[in-house]
Design a protein around this ligand. Structure first.
Ligand code: ADP
Length: 454
């Protein structure tokens, strides 16, 4: 990883340096061309000044201007208005002119092989006030020429660029190595921890904190994954223990009763057969609960939706519960206006039955259970509250989990396998609804189911 990072850094620095170099060269060429144009207009200006000062051509002064210009690489040819040559650098010193241009060409070609340059000229008119008094032809090596000073300047800029590039490269490599070291430690720890979790070691956690946000998110996610896997594993173990326990007791009772009757120790009286029958009913109920859960989880998506009055449905269900409540001595009340919802009637009836039967199961004699229906514009809320024994706060987060029972020491005949609320929640969520519980130990419990109307 660090090798490819070094190569990428090197390439980046090289590309950036190359681009800066090209940009600088072209800017500098523009600057040199502008300077030359400025020099040309300066020469024309001096020639005009000479004409105005002497009110005519002074060949001595013009020769001075011409020689001066020649020293700066400009070949001056001045003609008066009537076309006569006043001064011509090629006439004055043609050898020097040719030598100068050859030197310039050699210079540029040696520094920039294949440079396309050559002699160029421009004609300017010379004026005295608004009157044209002649023409000056300025010749030079074009399109541009770098003097020794210019080249020295460009070289020094290039040297600075090279050093800046080297410096940036070193810094980038150092920063990269630092970052890689900072990242690779936590990454390899995360990989190790994830490997352990994959092997089933759900206790594994990453304790090291990372300064990098993404790394911290990754370790958090892995830790959460381990949490939920550990929880699932505990649930699974508890389920196996629960199923075994729930099956063992009725089976052992049945076995000993049957053996006693076969051995002639017990008379197969109606009472004994009745008790064996009760155990078989209980076994059947457990198997039925397991089957129902499996079915609800598998069929979650398939709802047979119809429009019905949920208050009417609840009244009907409560009517069937009345005798059981009376027998236990728990008061049952209902309050609610007609509320039409679109839902799976059978499944909603299962939800109400589960919540009401739980309220009955966990409310002692003398208590009460109240069912209410409240309607809003878009939803219907079904509330089942009781004055029963309540649920300890530590158990509340788990009561919707499969096979979870808060009061694990209660009489095994009191309830089911801890599947009722799991099924209830699965049905409510299939309807895109919510179920929430609030409870206080020895004061009572409230389950509130919110179902969207459509
Ligand atoms: P179970 O078949 O054991 O009743 P549920 O899934 O219906 O299973 O409920 C899970 C657990 O939640 C119960 O074992 C019980 O401890 C607790 N619980 C549910 N409803 C109530 C309630 N109304 N009052 C007190 N505890 C309740």
């Amino acid at each position: 990883m660090s090798f490819s990072y070094a190569v990428i850094s090197l390439l980046l620095v090289a590309v950036i340096s190359f681009c800066i170099n090209v940009l600088l060269q072209s800017q500098f060429q523009n600057y040199v061309i502008k300077q030359r144009e400025q020099k040309n207009s300066d020469i024309v200006g001096i020639i005009e000044k000479q004409y105005n000062a002497f009110d005519g051509w002074n060949t001595g002064v013009i020769a001075n201007i011409g020689v001066n210009a020649l020293e700066q690489g400009v070949i001056v040819k001045l003609k008066s208005e009537d076309g006569k040559t006043v001064w011509d650098a090629t006439v004055h010193n043609n050898g020097l002119c040719v030598q100068m241009l050859t030197h310039m060409s050699q210079n540029m070609n040696s520094r920039y092989p294949g440079f396309k340059g050559g002699y160029e000229q421009k004609v300017y008119s010379v004026k005295a006030g608004s009157r044209e008094v002649g023409h000056v032809e300025l010749g030079y090596y074009g399109p541009y020429y770098f003097t020794d000073n210019d080249i020295a300047f460009l070289n020094s800029i290039n040297t600075i660029l090279v050093w800046a590039g080297v410096f940036s490269l070193v810094m980038a490599l150092l920063a990269g190595a630092f970052m890689a070291k900072r990242m690779s430690g936590p990454i390899s720890k995360s990989v190790k921890a994830a490997g352990q979790i994959a092997k089933g070691n759900f206790k594994q956690r990453i304790t090291e904190t990372s300064g990098t946000r993404e790394m911290a998110q990754l370790t958090d996610t892995i830790n959460h994954l381990a949490d939920s896997l550990e929880e699932q594993e505990n649930l699974r173990k508890r389920m196996a223990a629960d199923v075994a326990h729930e099956l063992r007791t009725p089976l052992a009772n049945l076995q000993s009763s049957m053996e006693a009757m076969i051995d002639g120790i017990w008379e197969p009286s109606g009472e004994r057969l009745e008790s064996c029958h009760e155990e078989i009913i209980r076994l059947n109920r457990l198997v039925g609960d397991l089957e129902r859960l499996e079915r609800y989880e598998a069929e979650n998506a398939s709802l047979t939706v119809s429009e019905f009055d949920v208050s009417e449905l609840i009244r009907h269900i409560l009517h069937n519960f009345e005798t059981e409540f009376q027998r236990k001595g728990v008061a049952l009340s209902f309050e609610g206006e007609p509320e039409i919802i679109r839902a799976d009637r059978d499944k909603i009836s299962q939800v109400i039955t589960n919540l009401v039967s739980n309220a009955l199961k966990y409310t002692p004699a003398g208590g009460h259970t109240d069912v209410r229906v409240r309607g809003t514009e878009h939803a219907a809320e079904l509330i089942v509250s009781d004055s029963g024994k309540g649920i300890p706060s530590g158990d509340i987060p788990y009561i919707f989990e499969r096979f979870y029972r808060a009061d694990r020491s209660r009489n095994r005949m009191t309830g089911g396998l801890g599947l009722g609320l799991t099924i209830t929640k699965a049905i409510v969520e299939a309807h895109k609804g919510t179920i929430i519980v609030t409870s206080e130990v020895d004061r009572g419990t409230v389950f509130a189911v919110c179902l969207p109307k459509s």
